[in-house]
Ligand binder design. Structure first.
Ligand SMILES: *Cc1c(COP(=O)(O)O)cnc(C)c1O
Length: 481
């Protein structure tokens, strides 16, 4: 028993898992009852006796992988979670072994340096000024009189959104940090915002009732002409608006809010613009699709997940600011044992995040980009977006199917004729009877089936056969329901 021999067992089982998924030898989902999994994996025995190595490890990993959801399966068109490139998985292994942290430089110089580099790489994709290298552990306030950007990697888009809105709140109501809450704050957010945005309003003491929803059009996009109605409503109620949250793109149907017009509105009224690009900011890498985010450079902050469209294992999300000072002054309170002034060769990220111990996420993203090249990653995004458009043309021309929205990303919604309940029934049946894994969503008051084409192995052929499968199920519904 040794690291090397056990690692060989794990890697070899992962290779089998990967090949079985790609070759569709096993279904995407294997929903076994919880109690049965606990039993099959012999958890109690291992907890008591230990000894999980060698042959026993091999059996265990086999059994474990058997009840894993297979994201590499071409019929995985479910959630927005990345189908990871193996290079990112190898980075996860390196992280697990070295356990270096990116909170303070001395606990992970490699991780911190890569994070610094990648934050600048992402800032430049947005059109914001990258940060000069720190000198003696500190950043200078300005670079040639111009503010420059800053970023940090954090555990997911939800946490990034919360952190961005905290920064926005600090601008409008700086006293709250020390003195506690007032009850006059408001947030403007699209009706189609991710639930983490209203949740952040709850956590930050804005109150979910003080989220003023911005009207969406039939494509799920914010209507710029109606922005001032929501704003005036908030002001009329005596509220101070801390920020406006726009989507790039929204979660339900994957359409991009018109950032140029929204940012013009925000500048006029001096409102912090946060762009939730958790899913769709990766289009910034594509020459063809970066158009979708036109105007992004006028925003104040951006959430951009790498564990969605950048083929990086969970979790790895970037929070970027146009002006790094908002990020560097975010938490006034000091943890002096960590953040004392010191002469050091690097830079500490710890003061930019809610987390204390901070994992070395940058390595995962970096190893994926470095394996594919940024052009390779851009090609992947182009491919997924184009395939989704083809899927839309195919599905929308079927007489018994309808798509509510022409897709702008790799998210596609549709429904068959019939009730909302029937859409849910179709999904359940697909999971029970076929290899497909898809999701559903509510959009403008109705239930839709929803595809997120994350998988580089999914082809139009899978979509065509999905339609055939749904039709088979649907035929049975009219008989049985
Ligand atoms: C997925 C998503 C989130 C949440 O991000 P997590 O990384 O899952 O926490 C937030 N906003 C949008 C628009 C998303 O698509």
């Amino acid at each position: 028993m040794s690291f090397l021999s056990d690692a060989e067992i794990v890697i070899s089982e992962l290779e089998n898992f990967y090949q079985d998924s790609l070759q569709t030898k096993k279904p995407t989902l294997n929903q076994v009852k919880l109690a049965e999994i606990i039993d099959r994996l012999d958890l109690a025995n291992f907890v008591f006796h230990g000894g999980l190595h060698g042959e026993k490890l091999n059996d265990f990993v086999k059994q474990y992988l058997d009840v894993c959801t297979r994201l590499h399966h071409p019929a995985y068109i479910g959630h927005q979670v990345a189908v990871p490139h193996y290079a990112g998985a190898l980075a996860s292994l390196i992280n697990g072994f070295t356990n270096n942290s990116a909170a303070i430089y001395e606990m992970g110089p490699g991780a911190s340096a890569i994070e610094f580099y990648l934050m600048n790489w992402m800032l430049e994709k947005v059109g914001w000024n990258p940060s000069p290298y720190p000198s003696q552990g500190k950043l200078t306030a300005y670079q040639n009189g111009e503010p420059y950007g800053g970023g940090v990697l954090t555990n997911g888009g939800s946490l990034a959104n919360l952190t961005a809105l905290l920064a926005a709140r600090q601008q409008v109501a700086p006293d709250i940090w020390k003195k506690g809450l007032t009850n006059d704050l408001a947030l403007l957010a699209s009706e189609g915002s991710h639930y983490s945005v209203t949740r952040a309003a709850g956590i930050l003491g804005i109150g979910q009732d003080n989220v003023y929803h911005l009207a969406q059009d039939e494509q799920g996009m914010i209507v710029p002409e109606k922005l001032s109605t929501s704003y005036q409503k908030a002001i009329g109620a005596g509220k101070k608006v801390i920020a406006l949250v726009a989507n790039a793109c929204n979660t339900a149907v994957g359409t991009y809010d018109p950032l140029q017009r929204i940012s013009a509105f925000c500048r006029r009224y001096d409102i912090w613009l946060h762009v939730d690009g958790a899913h769709g900011a990766s289009a910034l890498l594509s020459d063809k699709y970066k158009e979708c985010l036109k105007g992004i450079e006028e925003a104040d902050s951006l959430t951009w997940d790498a564990h969605k469209l950048m083929r990086t294992p969970t979790l790895c999300a970037a929070l970027l600011f146009k002006d790094h000072r908002h990020l560097d002054n975010l938490f006034e309170q000091e943890a002096s044992y960590l953040f004392h002034e010191r002469n050091q060769p690097g830079f500490d990220f710890g003061h930019r995040t809610i987390e204390c111990t901070k994992s070395a996420m940058a390595l995962k993203l970096f190893m994926v980009i470095a394996a594919l090249g940024e052009k390779g990653l851009a090609d992947y995004i182009d491919r997924q977006y184009e395939l989704t458009m083809q899927a839309y043309y195919y599905i929308n021309e079927q007489p018994d199917f309808i798509c509510p929205v022409r897709p702008q990303s790799n998210i596609l919604c549709f429904r068959t004729s019939g009730s909302d309940k029937q859409q849910l029934f179709i999904r359940d049946q697909l999971h029970m009877r076929t290899s497909y894994y898809i999701t559903t969503t509510r959009f403008r008051g109705r239930r839709y089936l929803r595809l997120t084409i994350m998988n580089p192995h999914t082809r139009l052929q899978e979509i065509i056969s999905l339609v055939r499968n749904i039709r088979d199920i649907y035929k049975n519904i009219t008989v049985t329901l």
